[in-house]
Design a binder for this molecule. Structure first.
Ligand SMILES: [Zn+2]
Ligand SMILES: [Zn+2]
Length: 346
């Protein structure tokens, strides 16, 4: 089969290659991949500037949905034809304190699908049955390709942030992650102000359609004035920082009320500086989030099935796998929202 392979460390070093079609071992299933999303971390794998371990040559891609086409030995509860999504934690140690507490997203031995094990930018992928989730009938396979990023957002918002109805939320970075987080904050009954830049005009429009009360392009309007007007001068209760831009952090800290919460969802990719003294003066609760765990996937799927999260609204493009380079370029230049690749078009 043809698959998108990171074949050596270093910038670039990715191409479509012929690789053997995988077969499921004990405890594994083989899946016909329907669509696979391009994640920010795929760009980092392309550029080789990511801290998560990568083992080339490896088939990339980890945000996918599909249908089981073969079941390995000792797998129970799963059958050919089941529509599924799969967590990316392909293997974890199972015995560290994080694993034992159910936070295997933080296992130091975690090896990830599409980084260490062959992933889903390919027509077939083999995964551990223990990491599967069944798709509710209301969710299409295309929408389901968004489950992984939505599960990461669910972890950040349900496990790590406390949002109450009518809370004021400032959300920065209106990409597919930000617009997913917007919908999840709305599902809590929050009122959301979404901040981006002039470049994000189309995305900010989409934010209004998806339930934002107000949007702001920070290079056109002063953020703090908008926050003052939005919050009646008190500041916001919660910040969800999804842009991964170091510059956003200072503005977000200033926008928070005393005893507010700051959850960092975007990865910076480098050290950043900010006036962290505000964390003391305002007793701000500052946390970051990484990946997802079992319950975050179940919550993301339940919210998609109920219609509270419209995953389809986050998909801007579906492109053939053979056009991966153009798709990566488009994503890197911040056009569109979530781009999906169709692995059967090579
Ligand atoms: Zn991802
Ligand atoms: Zn562990």
């Amino acid at each position: 089969m043809k698959a998108l392979v990171k074949f050596a460390p270093g910038n670039g070093n990715m191409e479509i290659r012929d690789v053997p079609e995988p077969e499921p071992g004990p405890g594994q299933v083989k899946i016909v991949v329907e669509k696979t999303g391009i994640c920010g971390s795929d760009l980092h794998i392309f550029h080789s500037d990511i801290a998560i371990p990568v083992r080339p040559p490896v088939v990339t891609g980890h945000e996918f949905a599909g249908t089981i086409c073969a079941v390995g030995e000792a797998v129970t509860g799963w059958s050919v034809g089941d529509r599924v999504v799969c967590e990316t934690a392909f293997s974890v140690c199972g015995i560290c304190s994080a694993c034992r507490a159910g936070y295997y997203n933080l296992c130091p031995e975690r090896k990830t699908l599409g980084y260490w094990y062959n992933g889903a930018f390919a027509p077939f992928v083999v995964v551990p049955a223990a990491r599967l989730h069944r798709l509710p009938a209301a969710i299409s396979l295309e929408e389901a390709a968004l489950t992984e990023p939505l599960a990461c957002i669910a972890h950040a918002i349900f496990d790590l942030t406390t949002i109450a109805p009518a809370d004021l939320v400032l959300l920065t970075g209106p990409g597919s992650v930000g617009l997913g987080a917007l919908q999840m904050a709305r599902a809590h009954g929050a009122r959301v102000l979404v901040a981006g830049t002039r470049q994000d005009a189309g995305r900010l429009k989409a934010a209004l359609v998806l339930g934002a009360e107000r949007t702001v392009a920070v290079d056109e309007e002063p953020l703090q004035e908008v926050v003052r007007e939005f919050s009646g001068g008190a500041g916001v209760d919660v910040v969800l920082e999804c842009s991964g831009s170091g510059q956003a952090v200072d503005g977000c800290l200033q926008a928070l009320r005393r005893r507010g919460q700051f959850t960092q969802i975007g990865l910076f990719g480098k050290p950043v500086s900010a006036n962290l003294e505000l964390i003391c003066y305002r007793e701000i609760r500052f946390t970051g989030s990484l990946g997802s765990r079992y319950s975050s996937w179940e919550k993301a799927l339940a919210l998609m099935a109920s219609g509270a999260i419209k995953a389809g609204a986050l998909i801007s493009d579906i492109m053939p796998l053979r056009s991966w380079a153009a798709a990566f370029e488009k994503f890197e230049s911040k056009q569109g929202l979530k781009l999906l690749l169709d692995p059967r078009q090579v």
